[in-house]
Design a protein. Structure first.
Length: 101
């Protein structure tokens, strides 16, 4: 998996590509951790536009990010979810936990 961070104003967008699974843990953490301490960042936007697979460990990583972001008074939104990725997120009721656009 690849993770690229783009900052615009108060939003940090993390664009993911490939399989979001246990092997992506380090890449995902390395993408968001520097932004947790950035006072100008108020929201994380996780872009799933190029993700073709998620597993339960990816769901856990998203929940971990949500907890850390909330502790830093930051929001988390999941965007461009489609296909089987959207189905997995829907089954896990992530629409109730995250803003989904």
């Amino acid at each position: 998996m690849q993770a690229q961070v783009q900052k615009a104003g108060s939003k940090a967008t993390i664009k993911l590509a490939g399989r979001f699974d246990f092997n992506a843990h380090r890449h995902f953490r390395d993408a968001y951790e520097p932004q947790l301490g950035a006072s100008e960042v108020k929201e994380f936007e996780i872009d799933f536009g190029q993700v073709d697979y998620v597993d339960s460990s990816a769901l856990g990583m998203l929940l971990m990010l949500k907890e850390k972001a909330q502790a830093s008074a930051k929001g988390v939104a999941l965007v461009n979810c489609r296909g089987t990725v959207k189905q997995v997120l829907d089954i896990a009721n992530f629409g109730k936990l995250f803003q989904m656009r």
